[in-house]
Design a protein around this ligand. Sequence first.
Ligand code: ATP
Ligand code: MG
Length: 561
Amino acid sequence: MPEAPSHFIRTIIEADLASRKHRSVATRFPPEPNGYLHIGHAKSICLNFGLARQYGGTCNLRFDDTNPSKEDVEYVDAIMADVRWLGFDWEDRLFYASDYFERLYECAVALVRAGKAYVDSLSADEIRAHRGTLTAPGVASPYRGRSIEESLDLFARMRAGEFPDGTHVLRARIDMASPNLTMRDPTLYRIRRVHHHRTGDAWCIYPMYDFTHCLSDSFEGITHSICTLEFENNRPLYDWVLDALGRECHPQQIEFARLNLSYTLMSKRKLLELVREGHVAGWDDPRMPTLSGLRRRGYTPEAIRDFCDRIGVSKRDSVVDVAMLEHSVRDDLNKRAPRFMAVLQPLRVVIENYPEDGVEELEAVNNPEDPAMGTRRVPFARVLYVERDDFREDPPRKFYRLAPGTEVRLRYAYYVRCVGVVKDPASGEVVELRCTYDPESRGGGTPDGRKVKATLHWVSAAHAVDAEVRLYDRLFVHETPDAIKDADYRSFLNPESLVTLPACKVEPALASLRPGDRVQFERQGYFCVDGTTPLVFNRTVSLRDTWAKIEQAESRAPQRG
Ligand code: ATP
Ligand code: MG
C-alpha cells in the first residue's frame, strides 16, 4: 500500500525530533467509556497509534473516566475489543484517568496552596450567570477572595462527604475578564454522589475533564496530545494547569478536524438515542457507524485504515462523502472475497431439454482478481433458480436479460432460451420459466459464435441452500441528518435501511462458511456471514461504486487554471 500523504502533525513531530525537543514520540488515545467507538474515533486511533508506529514511539490507551454517571464497563470492554480489532496494540500501557484520582486531588490541593484555586459556594446556575458572554466580562464570585486556609478546609470536607451535591465547587483562579470564556475561573472539581465503575464509592468529588486531561497526559509522559478542533479554546487552560503546577512534562496539545461523514450521525449521545429508542437493534446493528456495527456489516480493519489514510488530517472542518468509505471496503473485498452465486429472489426455471435426473459439475472461478484462490465446482441440473428481477414478461428497451423468446448465458454453464412462462392461475404471477439449453454452449460460448448480451447467475434447485439475506442501506436519507435547523434527525431515518429477504437460494459451497466470513455474490455485492444456523448474510455494500465514478469524472474533467 502506498504511504499515506504527510500532514501538519507529522511536520510538527519531525521538527521536534530534529531539534531534539523530544527523543521519541508518545501519544495516547483517550476515549470516554460512555458509548461504543465509531468511525470518527477510528480516525483518531489510526492517527495516534499510526504516528507512534511510524516514529518508533508509543501510544497509550487511556480511559477518560471522570464522569461516572454516563460510563460503564460494558463500554470499556467494547472499546478495547474494537481498538484491537482495528489492528492496534497498547501493550502494557492501559491507563484509566480514575487511577489518578489521588494524584489529581493532590494537584488540586497544591493549586489551592499556591493561591491558584478556591472553593466557590455559588450554585451551578449562579456560576453560569456570572460567567459573562463573548462581549461582556464575567463577574467575580463573592467567594473568589476566600483565604487559602478556608478553601483548603472546605475542599477537604468536600472530599470527606460533608456537603450535599452541588453546594460547592473548586475553581481555578485565572481571569474573570478573559476574552476566552474557558479561562474565566473554570470549575476543577464538583461534588457528585455517583457510583464509579472502577473506584466504586471511594469518591464523592470528581475532577473535570480540563483538569484531568492535561495532568493525565503529563503523568504519562505524553509528547503530543492530539485532540479535535473543539478543544482549541481549551488549550490555554491545558497549558495554564501544567504551568501553574510547574509540571516538567508539558505535552503539546495539537488540534485536528474531526471526521464528519455524509448520511451519518457521529454524536455518541444521538447514537445512544438510536439504540435506546429502538431505531436500530443495538450498538452493533450493521447500520450503525460504530466499529462493532461496521464489523458485523462486513467491513475489514484494512478497509477502515485505508479510508483513514485517504481522508488525511487537516485543520478545516468538512464532511466526507460516505461513498469514499464504501469505496475503501469494495477495494479491499474485491481483492480478497471469494465469489459465489446467490439468488436473492428466486424464480424457478425448468430446462425442458435437459435430462430429468442429470447433474453435472461446472468449474467456477473463485476470484478473477486472484488466480491463487483457485476454482470450485458448481452443480447444474434441470431445475434452477434465477433472480426474479432478471426476467421481464414485457421487457423495456435495452433489457437484455430473460424475456419470452430471448437467449442469455448462465454463468459458467450454458446458453438458455426462454420458451414459456407459467403463471399462477389465481394471481397471474409468473411462477416458473420454461427454457431450453444449447448443449454446445457449455462454458459460455457456441461454435457458431452467436452473441448474447446478458450473463445471469443461478443456482440448482436441488442443491441450493436456504439463506436469509439482509440488505442494509444508509440509515439516513439526508446528507447531514443532524445539521438541519428545526428538524429532528429522526425524521430523516431511511425506512428502507433494512430489507430482509428470508427465502434466498445460495450455492451449496456457502453452507460451510463461518460467521464473519466475507464473500461476493456475483452481480449483487459483498456480504458477510452473520449466522450459520440458519444461514444469514448481511450486505456490506453493493457493487455499484459511486465514488469511483466521481473520481473518474473528476479526472476526465478539463483542467482549470
Ligand atoms: P463526547 O462528546 O462523549 O466527548 P467524543 O466523540 O469526543 O464524545 P471521546 O470518547 O471523548 O468521544 O473521544 C475519544 C477521542 O476520539 C478524542 O480524542 C476525540 O477527539 C476523538 N474523536 C471523537 N470523535 C471524533 C471524530 N468524529 N473524528 C476524529 N476524532 C474523533
Ligand atoms: Mg470527548
